[in-house]
Design a protein around this ligand. Sequence first.
Ligand code: GDP
Length: 365
Amino acid sequence: GASCGIVGLPNVGKSTLFNAITQAGAESANYPFCTIDPNVGIVEVPDPRLTKLTEIVVPNKVVPTAFEFVDIAGLVKGASRGEGLGNQFLGHIREVDAICQVVRCFEDENITHVAGKVDPLSDIETINLELVFADLDSVERRIERIGRKVKAGDKEAKQELDVLEKLKAAFEEGNAARSVELDEEETKLIRDLHLLTIKPMLYVCNVAEDGIHTADSNPHVQAVREHAAKEGAQVVIISAKVESEIAELEGEDKEMFLEELGLQESGLDRLIRAAYELLGLVTYFTAGVQEVRAWTIRKGMKAPQAAGVIHTDFERGFIRAEVVAYTDLVDAGTVAVARERGKYRLEGKEYIVQDGDVMHFRFNV
Ligand code: GDP
């Protein structure tokens, strides 16, 4: 499954947000393949299409697709030099697919800020520099390691060195690897370095409980937005405090509370969707009478790989897939009408699964 690591300086609201995530957490029995770890929170990806499919198919059970958030506390100034168990935390970041950086945008005299005052841009710089330093270290070590091969005239080593030098220059300027333009070939050459700053980043502005509706005029939020726009990063605004209250509620109570707050959906749901999009993930469905279920794949995956998300046997024994687009099925209103209209297609191994496809796989065991 896909995962997003939550980082940020101490006292910015990471734990509050992470607790909201685990509170709201998914029924883990449905996701046996997810990591069981106190630092991992499994969330269901909200998708209104599941409701529609349920109306059409009337299944016994509905299972949304899930997504993991990993609490990576302890990233502090000096982490890349090994301070505050730094290296251990950087190691955890290597394992996630994307980074969610919580930034404090609320003022509260009672809660100390590690740097003395609320200053999101300075906080962002501190965190990002630690990540850049760690990457610089990885790159320098690699350059050293391949030095002999390059001298001996190894062509591939020389190619790699060129990419490493390009990255090194960016890191020395304090810039992230994601800001360096690399073609497919170059990206491949440095893949096994597992650079931290190549991962997509999402900024989460944590605003005060009464600050959600006034976020547009919050100068801290404005500063983060400007910074993110320059980096091509996304921003989500939440109040971790409010999210922890929302997470304790369910069903009608939750809806009423959201309505009182003047919100369409929880900030957590917005965050989940933003992280999902950031990672280039899409959803396909299986829709049987037993179960209607959403599955996560990466954009561009072919049918056998997509089937493999359900079970490796499905991928190995893949024959073909019967596919109907979600919109065609919903337009038709029933499975029978969609069939009459010829909306069900048979697709083979080369078919690229589209967001919203309703799939039925045929496979050999
Ligand atoms: P972490 O160190 O980043 O994990 O931060 P915590 O989640 O432990 O939060 C630090 C302190 O800030 C706690 O006392 C929280 O209750 C408080 N806090 C978190 N979010 C908010 C918020 O939106 N408003 C206010 N006033 N306090 C908050």
